[in-house]
Ligand binder design. Structure first.
Ligand code: NAP
Length: 240
C-alpha cells in the first residue's frame, strides 16, 4: 500500500531483474515513483511498469554510457543494488576475478553516484542507497573479494555523505544479512541454508521485500536526517 508518495520522483535501481533489486523497483513503483531498472540481458524481466536498460557493469564502456545518461536525466533517487559474489580461499583468488567483482560492486556505484550529484545538487534534494552486506561489517573465510567490495562502498558512502548532506542529498548503505534470493541459494545450497537458519535469531532467511521496505523508507519523505550510515537488516544474525 502506497504511503510514501514518491509520485514526482525519478528513481534508478540497478540489478532490478531479480532478488532484492526487483523487490526495490516494485516497491518504488507502488509508491508512485517513475522507475528505471537495469539488468544484463536484453530480454531482462523487470517489474511491470518499470523502464528497462540493459547494462553490464563489468564492461567499462557500458557503465560509462549509462552514467552519462543518468547525468542527463537527473534522477532524484539512485539505488545501487547490482552486485555479485564469488567465494574462494584467499590464495586462490584470481586477480582478474577480484577486479571483476570490484568493477560491479564498487566502481559502478562510484560512477553512478558521481553522475547523479549535479542534478541532485541543482534540485537541493537527492537520495542514494547502496546495497552493502553484513559482510561489509563483519566477514568470514572465502569472502575477501566480496568483503573488500562491501567495506569499500561503506567508506565511499560515508565520505560522500560528508560532502553532500548539506545539499539535501542523503546517502546511505543498507547491509542485508541472508536474504532468500538466487544469489544466496546458489552460494549456500540447501544444507548451508538449513545450518544458517538455525543460527539466525529470527529463525528464517530474510525476504527481499523486507529489504525493499527499509530502502523505500530511507528514500521517502520521512527520512530527513539519516545519512552516511550502513544499516544492517539481518534478523539479528550479526549481534549474536
Ligand atoms: P541476485 O538475485 O543475484 O540479482 C543480482 C542482480 O544484479 C540482477 O538483477 C543481475 O542482473 C544484476 N547483475 C549481476 N551482474 C551484473 C553485471 N555484471 N552488471 C550489471 N548488473 C548485474 O542478487 P541479490 O541477492 O538480489 O543481491 C542484490 C544485492 O544485494 C547485491 O549487491 C548483493 O551483494 C547484496 N546482498 C545480497 C544478500 C542476499 O542474501 N541475497 C545479502 C547481502 C547483500 P541479471 O539478471 O541480468 O544477471
Amino acid at each position: 500500500m502506497s504511503h510514501l508518495n514518491l509520485s514526482k520522483k525519478l528513481a534508478v535501481v540497478t540489478g532490478a531483474t531479480r532478488g532484492i533489486g526487483y523487490a526495490i523497483a516494485s516497491r518504488l513503483l507502488e509508491e508512485g515513483a517513475h522507475v528505471i531498472g537495469t539488468g544484463t540481458r536484453p530480454e531482462g524481466s523487470i517489474p511491470t511498469g518499470c523502464e528497462f536498460r540493459c547494462v553490464d557493469f563489468s564492461d567499462l564502456d557500458h557503465a560509462s554510457i549509462f552514467a552519462k545518461e543518468l547525468s542527463e536525466i537527473e534522477p532524484d533517487i539512485l539505488i545501487n543494488n547490482a552486485g555479485i559474489n564469488k567465494i574462494d580461499s584467499f590464495e586462490k583468488i584470481n586477480p582478474e576475478d577480484f577486479d571483476f567483482i570490484q568493477r560491479i560492486n564498487v566502481r559502478a556505484p562510484f560512477l553512478l553516484c558521481r553522475s547523479v550529484l549535479p542534478g541532485m545538487k541543482r534540485k537541493k534534494w537527492g537520495r542514494i542507497v547502496t546495497i552493502s552486506s553484513i559482510f561489509g561489517h563483519i566477514s568470514k573465510e572465502f569472502r575477501a573479494s566480496y568483503s573488500a567490495s562491501k567495506f569499500a562502498v561503506d567508506g565511499m558512502t560515508a565520505a560522500l555523505s560528508a560532502e553532500v548532506a548539506g545539499d539535501g542529498i542523503l546517502a546511505n548503505c543498507v547491509a542485508p544479512g541472508f536474504i532468500n534470493t538466487e544469489l544466496t541459494r546458489s552460494i549456500l545450497g540447501k544444507e548451508g541454508i538449513a545450518d544458517l537458519v538455525s543460527r539466525i535469531p529470527a529463525g528464517r532467511l530474510g525476504k527481499a521485500e523486507e529489504v525493499a521496505a527499509l530502502v523505500a523508507w530511507l528514500v521517502g519523505p520521512e527520512n530527513t536526517y539519516i545519512s552516511g550510515q550502513n544499516i544492517i537488516i539481518d534478523g539479528g544474525f550479526s549481534r549474536v
